[in-house]
Design a protein around this ligand. Structure first.
Ligand code: CMP
Length: 145
C-alpha cells in the first residue's frame, strides 16, 4: 500500500473540549504520523480561502464563522493509505450519522462543530497541504519496508 499524506484540522470545538491529545492519540495508534503540526487562529480570509469550494453553499457563512471562532490545530498526517484511513477514523461529516467509535461520533456535537476536517482525496490533500504548509515545513520519515 502506498504511503500518502493528508491534511487534518482539529476544529475549535476539539480545543474547547480539551480533546486534542485524545484525538491525536487515535491517529498515532492507527499508524498516521504527524509530519507537520501547527496551532493557529484562522483569519476570516484564511478560512474562506481554505473552504472556497463551498462558497456557494448555504452553510458557508456559518462554517467560516465557526472555523474562526477559536484556534485550530492544522497537521499533515503521513502513513499507509492516509487519506482513507483518516476519513475512516473521523466518521461521517454529520456526527449523528457517524459510526460509533469514530472521532465525530465520540466528540462532535453538530455538523458545523464536527471536531475534525480531513482531505477527501489525494489530489485535494496535496492542494490543502500546500495551502497551509511550505515544503520545508514537512518532516521526512524513513518508513521500514
Ligand atoms: P469539513 O470536513 O470541514 O468540510 C466542510 C464542512 O462544512 C464540513 O466538514 C461541515 O463541518 C460543514 N457543513 C455544514 N453543513 C454541511 C452540509 N450540509 N454538508 C457538508 N458539510 C457541511
Amino acid at each position: 500500500m502506498a504511503i500518502e499524506r493528508t491534511l487534518s484540522i482539529l476544529k475549535p470545538d476539539a480545543l474547547e473540549k480539551g480533546a486534542i491529545g485524545k484525538i491525536i492519540a487515535r491517529f498515532e495508534a492507527a499508524g498516521l504520523k504527524p509530519v507537520a503540526i501547527r496551532l493557529q487562529h484562522l483569519s476570516q480570509a484564511e478560512a474562506e480561502g481554505f473552504y472556497a469550494v463551498h462558497k456557494e453553499r448555504g452553510f458557508f457563512k456559518d462554517l467560516v464563522k465557526f472555523m474562526t471562532s477559536g484556534p485550530v490545530v492544522i497537521q499533515v498526517l503521513e502513513g499507509e493509505n492516509a487519506v482513507l484511513k483518516n476519513r475512516d477514523l473521523m466518521g461521517a461529516t454529520d456526527p449523528k450519522k457517524a459510526t460509533p467509535g469514530t472521532i465525530r461520533a465520540d466528540f462532535a456535537t453538530s455538523i458545523d462543530a464536527n471536531t475534525v476536517h480531513g482531505s477527501d482525496s489525494l489530489e485535494n490533500a496535496k492542494n490543502e497541504i500546500s495551502y497551509f504548509f511550505r515544503q520545508t515545513e514537512l518532516t521526512h520519515y524513513e518508513w521500514k519496508k
